[in-house]
Ligand binder design. Sequence first.
Ligand SMILES: Nc1ncnc2c1ncn2[C@@H]1O[C@H](COP(=O)(O)OP(=O)(O)OP(=O)(O)O)[C@@H](O)[C@H]1O
Ligand SMILES: [Mg+2]
Length: 443
Amino acid sequence: MSTSILIVEDERAAAEYLSVLLEEQGFDVRTTCNGIEALIALEAKPYDLVISDLRMPKMDGFELLSHLRQRWSELPVIVLTANSGVSDVVEAVQLGAVNYLVKPAAPALVAGAVEKALACRRPSVAPSRSVSELVGRSQAIVEVRHRVVLAARSDVHVLITGNTGTGKELVSHAIHRHSSLASGPFVAHNCALAPRDLFESEFFGHRRGSFTGADRDHVGLLQQANGGVLFLDELETLPPIHQAKLLRVIDDGEVRPVGAEKSERVSLRFLAATNRDPRAMIAEDALREDLYYRLRGIEIQLPTLRDRSEDIPLLVAHFAGEDCAGFDAEAMEALVRAPWPGNVRQLRNIVQGASAAAGGARIGLRHLSLESMDLAASQQRGGDDAALEAAGGVPRGATLREVERQAIAQALSECEGNRTRAAKLLDIDRSTLRRKIQEFGLE
Ligand SMILES: Nc1ncnc2c1ncn2[C@@H]1O[C@H](COP(=O)(O)OP(=O)(O)OP(=O)(O)O)[C@@H](O)[C@H]1O
Ligand SMILES: [Mg+2]
């Protein structure tokens, strides 16, 4: 299949010139005359490269670029400009264009730019359109999308790790949705919320009358997920004795409900998530090593939002929604520079809150809720300070657990890891602190 290029240009002559030039070089070329038509063409079929004019009626090149980077963030775009006006080019590059050509560009310049743009594509195994629900264009998130595609195409079990709010559950849904089991069930189970003494019945199910209170048959999680996916969230809270039982099912695929006479076969895929470091859990005997190796057919590690702060404007646009009138530069800057201990979830909550507060007007610093104002004020005092300041505020939408974790992390950092001092600061005893540190994986 030849390499395909989509040209977006409203001037007939210019479009014609480029398409003839590129067809002669063996490319498969299609021309459209504005951004909207280009988006429709992209929905219909994948392209390897887009060459787009900037000034066009209906939807111009800038707007097209913002749509492209949300849905097809790895698709390279070269922009065309009628003059060498720097500001247009700068804006286009900020929006994700990989290169620009001044019209009319000499054939050799066009060929050179096309060759370079095609060379910077990711290998075709990562068709971003297939996992467009994972917003971002940083190297780190591109890598995650790549692994999600790999996971979706294979049938091994998957372990997803990453701090709170980094997108573990989102990734698990994406793997299911793009896998051959997509039409099968997706059953999610939070190991932390399940009552421990009901493990057998919850996972394996039970027959009516098999114990007091079992007044009807119950289909367990393993059978509910048969032919699909069982997502085990907060794996770190599953006691080792239950881990062993799970391991047996993974190995032999047999399930015997409580009170049943014989076993039944199941075939399902396990996706597990944890916000702790699995190797540390193994070291503490909190995670069975054999289960770990069985589950991590593929391991997907999610980056913190801080580690991919270049994605923040994109995520902001994604969460703000279509009716949002945009952000003031200082508001956006505050969002980009904030430390985000609660990661993408926290960003989503603050952006949605600001959107609601602005009621359709442009969003400014004053619309960012109190805690993010804190973030904004502290960012002027710089990096690490900002992280500490921000950890002090309670992020909207944070769970009690998240707040507790943050408070402990902050105290440890303030006391440079000295646990005795940190415990004093938190007004708890040292053994409680030690337990909490382990529980939250803060070693
Ligand atoms: N790359 C992303 N693009 C768009 N939305 C994202 C992305 N990553 C996370 N989100 C959104 O952020 C929120 C939190 O994500 P999710 O619930 O998957 O996090 P999590 O890692 O499972 O967190 P926790 O450990 O607290 O359970 C969700 O609304 C999710 O849709
Ligand atoms: Mg989760």
